[in-house]
Design a protein around this ligand. Structure first.
Ligand code: HAM
Length: 410
């Protein structure tokens, strides 16, 4: 877990603002759910996922309730849907922190932020296209160029179940040609063996059964429609039959966005898919659902690598330097801020030299200086801090109009 300090924290806020702008224009409204939920909400993500079995921050509270810090937000959104029964299609977006007890490394933290969207109550393959297109549009707005989209379909639950059994049989028959770690994964979840990055497993994985051979006609048609929609929007993608994603609730369409500049262990900038049975599992009516979540940390690392969407400190218009005791600065900063200018000031009645140093460091366009002579004359001195403009005395009563009229240095 980390602290996010300024100016990086300002970049985080702009990130969320840009995301909200992209999705609100497409009809999504913000949802805010609790950081904590009943443990049962998250066990529905699937008891064969590390997220649930190994990485959850769960505990018993003072009221003897077994609760957990959310490891992701899709389950919470489905719980909220089951509870409030809004009209469908229900289109929501979110941003906030999640918690997973993972091994921390670059781009992988125990508290991390996501932004994301979910749509409940529509089955349309072209909704899948909209959801994917909104993530693409967001990356475009950030300025990211090296993001690739991989897609796959896990089929209907029956298709998926038959595929899982075929994989189980195939990898079991391979015996100890499969790495020991993957044999343990096989016991819990054969699909996840396909995720193994171990050298020894690669040949077996390459020759493993493919999900496409198990698609029902309905699932196949849905997937074809999704790909047609993506082509219509000129969104580039690669079909990756081995893509399975880390959470168990997925059915049919799944997708991931990968950053071109990050290591393969954390190059997933975001991902999502359909999870048509999740609302039902949480006590709601049978409701189709689809969405994605994008990791804020990783996406910003990708921005750093590509030199886009940089942190920008707020530009100050003026820095007030008062060497008459401080009361003039109280009035001047308040007046200039009320006029809409960005203004900071020195404190503790420090010397002119010390305050000018602060003014310099603040990056403000102008220092607005008031000493005993200016106080007596009813003026202030305006000193441009960049470039070589002359400093000049301005009547005290005209200072805000003067600064507003001089957006540059002079
Ligand atoms: P996820 O793939 O587990 O999916 O997480 C989505 C993104 O969150 C990842 O691609 C990654 O960028 C970021 N992320 C995950 N774990 C960490 C971590 N420990 N540190 C930093 N970033 C991390 C979900 O969470 C699903 N709820 C997505 C979804 C929404 N599916 C349907 N709707």
């Amino acid at each position: 877990m980390r602290d996010i300090l300024p100016p990086e924290s300002g970049r985080w806020r702009r990130f969320t603002d840009v995301f909200a702008d992209v999705v609100e224009r497409a009809g999504y409204g913000q949802i805010v759910t609790p950081l904590l939920e009943d443990l049962g909400v998250f066990t529905r993500i699937g008891d064969a996922t590390d997220v649930v079995t190994k990485e959850m921050y769960d505990f018993v509270d003072k009221g003897e309730r077994h609760i957990a810090l959310r490891p992701e937000m899709t389950a919470s959104v489905c719980r909220a849907f089951a509870e409030h029964r809004p009209t469908v299609p229900w289109k929501v977006f979110y941003s906030g922190s999640n918690f997973r007890y993972e091994k921390p490394q670059r781009g992988r933290y125990r508290q991390f932020d996501q932004v994301g969207i979910e749509v409940l109550g529509a089955d349309d393959a072209f909704l899948d296209v909209e959801v994917i297109a909104l993530a693409s549009e967001f990356y475009r707005r950030l300025g990211l160029r090296q993001v690739t989209l991989v897609v796959n379909s896990l089929g209907e639950p029956d298709d998926r179940a038959r595929y899982v059994e075929a994989l189980r049989a195939y990898f079991t028959a391979a015996g100890d040609r499969l790495s020991e770690a993957s044999r343990a994964t096989l016991e819990r979840n054969p699909l996840r063996v396909l995720d193994s990055k171990r050298e020894r497993d690669q040949e077996l994985i390459a020759a493993a059964p493919q999900i496409g051979d198990f698609h029902s006609p309905e699932a196949a048609a849905h997937f074809v429609a999704v790909l047609d929609g993506l082509r219509t929007l000129d969104i580039e993608f690669t079909v990756e039959p081995k893509l399975v994603r880390g959470l168990d609730y997925y059915r049919r369409t799944i997708f991931e966005f990968q950053g071109g500049t990050l290591d393969s262990a954390q190059n997933a900038l975001g991902g999502g898919g359909r999870y048509d049975g999740l609302v039902e599992a949480l006590g709601g009516p049978a409701t189709p659902g689809i969405g994605f979540a994008l990791g804020v940390d990783r996406t910003l690392l990708a921005c750093d690598d590509e030199g886009v969407f940089a942190a920008e400190p707020v530009e100050l218009d003026a820095f007030v330097v008062d060497v008459t005791g401080g009361l003039q600065a109280v009035a001047l900063t308040a007046e200039l801020r009320a006029a809409g200018l960005a203004v900071d000031r020195g404190y503790d009645n420090r010397s002119m030299k010390a305050q000018m140093k602060l003014a310099n460091r603040s990056g403000a366009r102008f220092a607005v200086i008031i000493g005993d002579d200016e106080l007596a004359a009813g003026t202030v001195v305006v000193k441009p801090m960049r470039g070589d403009g002359e400093q000049l005395a301005v009547p005290r009563s005209e200072i805000s109009t003067h600064l507003a009229a001089h957006p540059d240095q002079n």
